[in-house]
Design a protein around this ligand. Structure first.
Ligand code: ADP
Length: 182
């Protein structure tokens, strides 16, 4: 199964992605994790991404598409994959379309809906280095201006499903399982 997990920062995408991946035995493709690894390794991509990530902006579509392209070409993605945190712009979504083989078509875009104030609280509690209030604000700005437009983009294809993220982790996962039929 090929799935995109979609939602604002702190909506619980990462947690649910892990649950789904364990259940379906498919790889978890998190662009946030891939970029943090690149930063930690000090690679060229990491050097370019570091400051942008620290400020809560979006890394360039070119960089993100190149790392996703490489990852999707791996053998373990043949059985399916969960994309977490990607695409985040219309340009990335179009780029993804042209990367995917016929057998890799996205079947579900799961949109985890949460309440903004609750999320901000969650993020501050998480305390990752980009979880400072000022930076959180920027991440929401990026989300609202660049990522939200993906909702109508996927709605039009009739593959977007809303999930209530304001419930316990287990309950959110139950709802996801119902939607994807597992
Ligand atoms: P969250 O969704 O909780 O903000 P992520 O781990 O998905 O966290 O992403 C962390 C940061 O990595 C983002 O704020 C952004 O700077 C960068 N990033 C991750 N995925 C993308 C992407 N698809 N396009 C551009 N930047 C990205």
């Amino acid at each position: 199964m090929n799935i995109i997990l979609f939602g604002p920062p702190g909506s619980g995408k990462g947690t649910q992605a892990v649950n789904i991946c364990e259940n379906l035995r498919v790889p978890h493709l998190s662009t946030g994790d891939m970029l943090r690894e690149a930063v930690a390794s000090g690679s060229d991509i990491g050097k370019k991404a570091k400051e942008i990530m620290e400020n809560g902006g979006l890394v360039s579509d070119e960089i993100v598409l190149s790392i996703v392209k490489q990852r999707l070409a791996s053998k373990d993605c043949e059985s399916g994959f969960i994309l977490d945190g990607f695409p985040r712009t219309i340009n990335q979504a179009k780029g993804l379309d042209s990367l995917l083989e016929e057998s890799q078509k996205i079947e579900y875009v799961l949109r985890i809906k949460v309440d903004e104030e609750d999320i901000i609280k969650r993020l501050i509690d998480r305390g990752r280095s980009d979880d400072k209030p000022e930076i959180i604000k920027n991440r929401f700005k990026s989300y609202n201006s660049q990522t939200q437009p993906l909702i109508p983009f996927y709605e039009e294809r009739e593959i977007l499903f809303n999930i209530n993220g304001m419930q316990e982790i287990e309950k959110v996962f139950e709802d996801i399982k119902k939607v994807i039929g597992i």
